[in-house]
Design a protein around this ligand. Structure first.
Ligand code: FMN
Length: 220
C-alpha cells in the first residue's frame, strides 16, 4: 500500500473477522518492525504475542475491553528498563561498520549507556517507552499494510499484567496492540475518520508559543 494510503486508512478497529492471522504474515510484520529506530540503537522492545485462550487472560487485565477476545491476536509491547541489555553487540557493530571512529569512542558509548542504566526509574521508563512506542506504531502500519487491522491500548493494569503473564519487574508494559482482519461491517472502518487537528494548529515553525496551546490557528 502507498504510505499515504496506509496512514489515511488505518483505524483503531474493535470488530474483527473470525479469521486467524497465519504465522508467515505475523513473521513478515515483525520483520518490518525490526527496522524501527531506537535510542542508541539499543532496541529495547520485546513482543509477547497472545492468541486463543490467552486473550481472555489479557482481557482480564485490560479492564474487560471486549475487542481483546474478538481479536485474532494481541501483542503486549514490553520495554526493558535496562539500557545495557544489548549494548555490547550494538556498540561492536557500530565500531565495525565505521559509525564509531575508534575503540575509545566505543568505550565512551558504553559508558554513556552504563550511566543511563544507573539512572532513576522514571528516566529509564521514559527511555524505553520512547523507542517501544515507535515500534508499536511500526507494528500497526506493518500489519495494516497486509490487511491486518489493529487497536493500540493503554487501558490495562500494568501490575496485574506483570502478575498474570509472569513479566519480570525490569520490563515495562508499554502498550497492548490487538490484531485481526476487520469484520465485514466494522463501523471503525466504515465511518469517516475521527476529528484530526489541522497541521497549521500543531506545527510550529521557528518558535513555540504556549499561549496558542489548544486553540485553533489565529486565522482559523
Ligand atoms: C496510547 C494510546 C492508548 C489507547 N488506548 C486505547 C484503549 O485502551 N482502548 C481502545 O479501545 N482504544 C485505545 N486507543 C485508541 C484510540 O482511542 C484511537 O487511536 C483514537 O481514538 C483515534 O482513532 P483511530 O486510531 O481510529 O484514528 C489508544 C490509542 C493510543 C495511541
Amino acid at each position: 500500500m502507498e504510505f499515504t494510503d496506509l496512514t489515511r486508512t488505518r483505524r483503531s478497529v474493535h470488530q474483527y473477522a473470525d479469521t486467524d492471522i497465519d504465522d508467515d504474515t505475523l513473521s513478515a510484520v515483525f520483520e518490518d518492525v525490526r527496522h524501527t529506530p531506537s535510542s542508541f540503537n539499543l532496541q529495547p522492545w520485546e513482543f509477547l504475542v497472545l492468541r486463543g485462550d490467552d486473550l481472555a487472560r489479557l482481557q482480564s487485565v485490560a479492564y474487560g475491553q471486549e475487542h481483546v477476545t474478538d481479536a485474532a491476536a494481541a501483542v503486549v509491547v514490553l520495554g526493558t528498563l535496562d539500557p545495557s541489555d544489548h549494548a555490547e553487540r550494538v556498540t561492536a557493530d557500530l565500531l565495525e561498520k565505521g559509525y564509531l571512529p575508534s575503540e575509545d569512542a566505543a568505550e565512551a558509548r558504553l559508558d554513556t549507556v552504563a550511566s543511563l542504566a544507573d539512572a532513576d526509574d522514571e528516566t529509564r521508563r521514559v527511555w524505553t517507552v520512547q523507542s517501544c512506542s515507535l515500534a508499536a506504531m511500526a507494528l500497526m502500519y506493518a500489519a495494516w499494510d497486509r490487511g491486518v487491522a489493529s487497536c493500540p491500548m493503554g487501558g490495562f493494569d500494568a501490575d496485574a499484567l506483570h502478575d498474570e503473564f509472569g513479566v519480570p519487574d525490569d520490563y515495562e508494559p508499554v502498550l497492548l496492540v490487538t490484531l485481526g482482519y476487520p469484520a465485514d461491517d466494522a463501523p471503525d472502518v466504515e465511518r469517516d475518520r475521527k476529528f484530526r487537528r489541522e497541521t497549521d494548529e500543531f506545527v510550529h515553525f521557528d518558535d513555540f508559543d504556549p499561549a496558542a496551546r489548544g486553540s485553533p490557528a489565529a486565522d482559523g
